[in-house]
Design a protein around this ligand. Structure first.
Ligand SMILES: [Mg+2]
Length: 284
């Protein structure tokens, strides 16, 4: 694999050497699946399902950690099939949805989810007037059960509409004791107290991670990036990978150890990782 600097190459080698103790965390949109106009059509890169199964054979566990509801990630990634295959082989796979609030494993094969947060129902009722005030009446409102996402991608001036909408949404969310998660031309409002950083930390504990590699592409991944950097400071080898999709936030690239070119780059990296894991610990 090509690394922009020798430090990244060293961090990658450290992670590879943790071998069967390694945990892999992967965001969904922009990381495993391309960003598309219609989020209901964001199917994973065609090589992803097989790669996840192969990878799970070699590491402690594989997790998909997404802002999406689990149900959508399962459908768009064939992840229920992937999970069943991995579990059959006695390996670990988990899908964490809604930033870690929902979970699905190949063992239970059902979605475990908390109740919707207080305040969400009243926030939902306020959305039409918020959109009107932001001049974004045609924004796409995506209810997610435990959260709601407002997308300006399909509007005429998506950036300007997003800039007008964000402060209004933030103010209303705060009033209803909800958290705001801005992304690329999307703002999500959800229960406070959970983020991908907490999800990653819980997973590292639960699976006794000896190493951790996480790849993500958007602002919702920042907490996971930060958590991995913290894990490294306390002695666990980690690698933070930014999947760069073209218009992603530069702040993520600055935090990351290694930048790859969107889902194609992630797939290429995982393929190389499998080869390198086999080189370190040959399989029989
Ligand atoms: Mg993403």
């Amino acid at each position: 694999m090509e690394f922009s600097d020798p430090e990244a190459a060293r961090l990658y080698a450290d992670v590879v050497h943790t071998g069967s103790d390694l945990v892999i965390g992967l965001d969904f949109d922009g990381t495993l699946a391309p960003i598309v106009e219609d989020p209901t059509q964001a199917h994973v890169h065609p090589d992803v399902p097989d790669l996840l199964v192969e990878l799970a054979d070699r590491v402690r566990g594989v997790a998909v950690i997404t802002g999406r509801p689990v149900r959508q990630a399962l459908a768009l990634g064939d992840l229920d099939v992937v999970g069943a295959q991995i579990t059959e082989r006695g390996r670990h796979f988990i899908v964490l949805g809604q930033y870690g609030n929902e979970r699905w494993t190949g063992v239970d094969r059902r979605i475990v989810s908390p109740r919707p947060p207080h305040g969400l129902a009243s926030f939902l009722r306020e959305i039409p007037s918020l959109l009107r005030r932001a001049g974004a009446g045609e924004a796409y409102v995506e209810p997610k059960g435990l959260a709601v996402a407002l997308h300006t991608r399909r509007l005429d001036e998506p950036e300007a509409a997003f800039a007008r909408l964000l402060p209004l949404v933030s103010e209303a969310a705060t009033r209803h004791d909800l958290a705001v998660e801005p992304g690329r031309l999307v703002v999500e409002v959800r229960a406070p107290g959970m983020n991908k950083g907490i999800a990653v930390r819980d997973l590292a504990d639960q699976w006794s991670a000896g190493g951790f590699l996480f790849a993500g592409d958007d602002l919702g991944d920042v907490e996971a990036f930060t958590e991995l950097i913290g894990l490294r400071e306390s002695g666990t080898p980690t690698l933070v990978v930014c999947s760069h999709g073209g218009d992603g936030p530069t702040e993520l690239e600055e935090l990351a150890d290694h930048v790859v070119d969107g889902p194609d780059g992630v797939v290429e990296m995982l393929r190389q990782l499998i080869e390198d894991l086999d080189a370190v610990a040959p399989r029989h």
